[in-house]
Design a binder for this molecule. Structure first.
Ligand code: TMP
Length: 212
C-alpha cells in the first residue's frame, strides 16, 4: 500500500533538482502524492529542524542531535507519512533515516547499532521503498551549497559548517548503504548535466512505479 520514496545526498548534490523531476513526473503520470522533508514536515518537526540546524551557545552532543532528528521523524511519520501511505499515495520525502546513518553515523561517528535501536523504536518495520541517492564529490557539492547561500544572502547552517572530512564520511556511508541495499537504492551521479540527471531519475521511476 502506498509507495515511500526518499531523496538523499550530500549538500549541493542536486536533491532539489531531483525532487522537482520526481514531482513533475508523478503529476504527469497521475500518481497521488504527498511531499515532505526531514528533519521537518510538521509544525513541531520544523521547530526541531531549526534547533538541529542553528548554532547554540552550549555544546550540542551527538546523542542530542540524534534524538532530535528521530523526534522530528516520529512526528513526520505519524502525522504525514503513515497516513498518506495508508491512503495508497506516493510519499516523497527529502531525506530520511539513511541521512541519520550518513550524518550522525558516518559524520559524527555514532555506532550504527545505536541508530538501529532508534530506527526500530520510531519506525517499526517502515523503510523506504526506493531511495534516490544523488552522489557528488563533497568538494564540488559544498562549493555549490556555499554559492547558493551567498546568492540567497544567507549563511551556512551548523552542519554545513563541518570540515570537508565530515562530508567524505557522510558520502562513504551513503555509498556503502547503496551497495548493501541495492533493491532500495538508485545512485544518480549528481555531477552530470541536469538533462542526464533527469533521464536517470525518470528511468528509475518508470521501473518502479510504471507509467500507471
Ligand atoms: P537539507 O534540507 O539541505 O537536506 O538539510 C538538512 C540537514 O540536516 C543536512 O545537513 C543533513 C542533516 N540531517 C542529519 O544530520 N540527520 C538526519 O537524520 C537528517 C534527516 C538530516
Amino acid at each position: 500500500m502506498g509507495f515511500f520514496l526518499t531523496i538523499e545526498g550530500c549538500e549541493g548534490a542536486g536533491k532539489t533538482t531531483a525532487k522537482g523531476v520526481v514531482l513533475q513526473w508523478l503529476k504527469a503520470v497521475g500518481h497521488e502524492f504527498v511531499e515532505t522533508r526531514e528533519p521537518g514536515g510538521t509544525p513541531l518537526a520544523e521547530q526541531l529542524r531549526s534547533l538541529v540546524l542553528s548554532e547554540h551557545e552550549e555544546i550540542v552532543t551527538d546523542t542530542t542531535e540524534l534524538l532530535m532528528v528521530f523526534a522530528a521523524r516520529c512526528q513526520n511519520l505519524s502525522q504525514r507519512i503513515e497516513p498518506a501511505l495508508a491512503e495508497g499515495k506516493v510519499v516523497v520525502c527529502d531525506r530520511f533515516t539513511d541521512a541519520t546513518y550518513a550524518y550522525q553515523g558516518g559524520g559524527r561517528g555514532i555506532d550504527e547499532q545505536r541508530i538501529a535501536v532508534l530506527e526500530q523504536l520510531v519506525q517499526g518495520d517502515r523503510r523506504p521503498d526506493m531511495t534516490l541517492l544523488l552522489d557528488i564529490e563533497p568538494e564540488l557539492g559544498l562549493a555549490r551549497a556555499k554559492g547558493r547561500a551567498i546568492e540567497q544572502g544567507g549563511s551556512l547552517d551548523r552542519i554545513e559548517q563541518e570540515a570537508i572530512e565530515f562530508f567524505h564520511r557522510v558520502r562513504n556511508v551513503y555509498l556503502e548503504r547503496a551497495e548493501r541495499y541495492p533493491g532500495q537504492y538508485v545512485v544518480v551521479d549528481g555531477g552530470q548535466s541536469i538533462a542526464e540527471v533527469e533521464a536517470s531519475i525518470i528511468k528509475a521511476l518508470r521501473a518502479r512505479l510504471g507509467n500507471k
